[in-house]
Design a binder for this molecule. Structure first.
Ligand SMILES: [Zn+2]
Length: 326
């Protein structure tokens, strides 16, 4: 489905089959000389079909099109190598660009496997969680040379001038685009409506939940009339959504503290006791990929609490446990 949101700004809905995110919003900005396409969908047949059909309807010449990847995740970067031509620029933050290529080479996943085991995942489950991870199955398939961008860099497309705003948290190098004149924010996965962006730990961020909170404050200070997120519906009141997201994580932090009140636990054990908005009635029923997302999000909350001196890490028999500082 294609929708013109504002003059020369189109939303192309890319289905994400068998994925709870349902679909990705790819945004095309048409310019007089060059177009800019923001985020692409997975390197998966259904995404590819929707994207190429959408671009054809909008009469887009890929040789006159540049790309912007808001962050490393494969539902945003997966189709880049299929779409970019040798005359295309592919913009991405200098932090996430190499991580996308690490996803293709496998470096990212061997590191995540090590983290899962350290945080209490049974060995077999950890291997399966990595094997079935959509980012392993549907990434770009080959590496890409990126045009890296940093805070305050600008990209002009037609009459629009987009400023890069670094918003780490959801990924270490997540970046939003802000258009000052029209007050449009392209928010990637930093701010979503209806669902909360996952904040998970990787080796490349020391305290992602703190980063996420700081990035929310940064966006709170921008005057925004319309926020275009990468999933679900367009947001008109971003300030309200920011308040809700902060509150959501505050409640989660209290929940984690309550779970640790029972005694020391691995992140895997904490995740098993947290409440998740899923259809499964018990932790045992969670598919391993859901366990992966739950446990990595639990770790980011535990690490945040460690930095606040409310929780401490303990190393025990090759595993990392967390306990309350009483
Ligand atoms: Zn994402």
């Amino acid at each position: 489905m294609i929708e013109e949101i504002l003059p020369d700004i189109y939303k192309i809905e890319i289905p994400l089959p068998r994925n709870p995110l349902k679909y990705l919003n790819s945004y095309l900005i048409k310019g007089s000389e060059r177009n800019l396409l923001i985020d692409t969908g997975f390197n998966q047949q259904e995404c590819r079909k929707a994207m190429f059909e959408g671009l054809e309807k909008l009469e887009v010449n890929l040789r006159e099109t540049d790309f912007f990847v808001t962050h490393m995740h494969a539902d945003h970067s997966g189709l880049i190598t299929a779409l970019a031509t040798d005359s295309s620029k592919v913009y991405c933050s200098e932090i996430d660009a190499p991580l996308i290529n690490f996803g293709v080479s496998g470096v990212f996943f061997s590191e995540m496997h090590r983290l899962l085991v350290l945080h209490g995942f049974p060995l077999q489950e950890a291997a399966k969680a990595i094997d079935e991870h959509p980012a392993k199955k549907y990434n770009m398939g080959k590496t890409q040379v990126f045009n890296t961008v940093k805070e305050n860099d600008t990209i002009q497309v037609g009459d629009y001038v987009f400023k890069c705003v670094a918003t780490p948290g959801h990924s270490p190098g997540h970046m939003c685009l802000y258009e000052e004149k029209s007050k449009i924010l392209i928010s990637g996965d930093h701010i979503l409506d209806e669902i909360t962006p996952i904040i998970k730990i990787t080796r490349w961020a020391a305290n992602p939940l703190r980063d996420f909170f700081n990035s929310l404050v940064k966006i709170e200070q921008l005057e925004t009339s319309l926020t275009l997120p990468a999933h679900r519906q367009i947001i008109t009141d971003v300030q309200k959504r920011i308040r809700e997201l902060k509150e959501h994580h505050d409640i989660r932090l209290i929940e984690v503290l309550n779970i640790l009140f029972e005694g020391e636990k691995t992140a895997y054990q904490v995740a098993a006791k947290m409440t998740w908005d899923v259809k499964y009635s018990s932790w045992e029923q969670f598919p391993v990929t859901q366990k992966y997302f739950a446990a990595t999000e639990a770790i980011s909350h535990l690490i945040y609490l460690c930095h606040k001196n409310m929780v401490r890490k303990i190393d025990k028999e090759g595993k990392q446990l967390f306990e309350l500082i009483r």
